[in-house]
Ligand binder design. Structure first.
Ligand SMILES: Cc1cc2nc3c(=O)[nH]c(=O)nc-3n(C[C@H](O)[C@H](O)[C@H](O)COP(=O)(O)OP(=O)(O)OC[C@H]3O[C@@H](n4cnc5c(N)ncnc54)[C@H](O)[C@@H]3O)c2cc1C
Length: 314
């Protein structure tokens, strides 16, 4: 029995747990379905090197300033580049390492996929796909919003769910993302700082992992546009990967690809943001995450800060 259980160890879940702990609001446990923490703040070891294949950087603004200080003071992050959009910071060892730092000291159970939730005698009962159970007074779900809604609907909570809010939340969809992880035969420079974002065409961005300092190899993360990703998402993986490589070679004919791999995100970025930083969708059941604070790491933290203020008031 915990005071708080948080579903999801992405940045929003970790940040919320940390703030609840710092404010002495009660005991808190995070349940995460994956083998590690970070969610879309993700680093993959593959093709004999390391790639950030979710978030590439964070931008330093007030909401994330506290975490930025921790990461910077512990030599975990460095400034990657500055553009007209501001300061872009990345992790020395991959973005997951930043999530791991926030996670240290928190109680987290990994590989726990929550499948159903029940509200009985003013207590939340949480059940995993392996029929494990936990109890808590307050439940916080920080999964990408469509997954949170699916969990609520799968749980048949009946009249306690605020249906008008649920309908409002269902309007927020997510873009998909197909990612090509590529090792080149020879050196390549996309631009002076190693990151390029495109406003049209098949690419959303190209990020040079060597210029970030997380790979010794000529490793690139090719993030395809939401349009391309939506069309190709259900196609055969190998065919899709070859398509991505062909587009890359057409745009950069002087490059040679050594190895490549495909990664898919069904939920990349929310297409809209909810009116508040969190939503109490049923008694003592809160939804939070980037659909509430904005579609970025900053937004995930902003949502957690807003939610903690609500918990504190209550
Ligand atoms: C390809 C890509 C590139 C991006 N680039 C950037 C960038 O450069 N800069 C930036 O600021 N942002 C970027 N973003 C967005 C940023 O990564 C997200 O906004 C942020 O990580 C969201 O954090 P979150 O905690 O809200 O959700 P998530 O990180 O998605 O965390 C949710 C967690 O819940 C877990 N979960 C889901 N369902 C269950 C369940 N039933 N039981 C248990 N656990 C569950 C998931 O496994 C996950 O770990 C990018 C995203 C993607 C996909």
């Amino acid at each position: 029995m915990k005071d708080y259980i948080i579903i999801g160890a992405g940045l929003c879940g970790l940040s919320t747990a940390k703030k609840i702990t710092e404010l002495n609001l009660g005991s808190v446990l995070i349940l995460e379905k994956s083998r590690g923490v970070g969610g879309r703040m993700a680093t993959r070891r593959t093709l004999n090197t390391r790639f950030d294949h979710g978030a590439q950087f964070y931008r330093v603004k007030s909401d994330i300033a506290e975490f930025h200080k921790i990461w910077k003071d512990n030599q975990l992050s460095h400034q990657w580049f500055v553009s007209f959009k501001g300061d872009h910071w990345c992790a020395n060892d991959g973005m997951t390492s930043l999530a791991k730092k926030i996670a240290s000291g928190l109680e987290i159970q990994l590989e726990k996929q929550v499948q159903q939730i029940f509200f009985e005698n003013n207590i939340w009962r949480i059940v995993s796909d392996k029929n494990e159970e936990w109890l808590c007074k307050y439940l916080i779900i920080t999964a990408p919003l469509p997954q949170s809604i699916q969990l609520i609907e799968h749980s048949s909570l009946g009249a306690i769910v605020k249906l008008s809010e649920l309908e409002e939340l269902k309007k927020i969809q997510y873009t998909k993302a197909l990612i090509g992880l590529v090792i080149l035969e020879e050196d390549f420079s996309i631009n002076e700082h190693g990151y390029e974002e495109y406003s049209n065409g098949d690419f959303f961005s190209i990020a040079d992992q060597k210029s970030k300092g997380i790979s010794q190899d000529r490793a690139l993360t090719l993030t395809m546009s939401p349009h391309f990703s939506e069309i190709e998402f259900e196609a055969n993986d190998e065919v899709t990967l070859q398509k991505i490589l062909k587009i890359f070679l057409k745009q950069f004919p002087n490059t040679k690809i050594k190895e490549a791999e495909l990664k898919k995100w069904r939920y990349c970025q929310p297409t809209g943001t909810y009116k508040n930083f969190s939503c109490e969708i049923a008694p003592k059941l809160y939804l939070a995450g980037d659909s509430f604070g904005g579609s970025s790491l900053l937004g995930a933290v902003r949502s957690s800060v807003g939610l903690t203020e609500v918990l504190l008031e209550n």
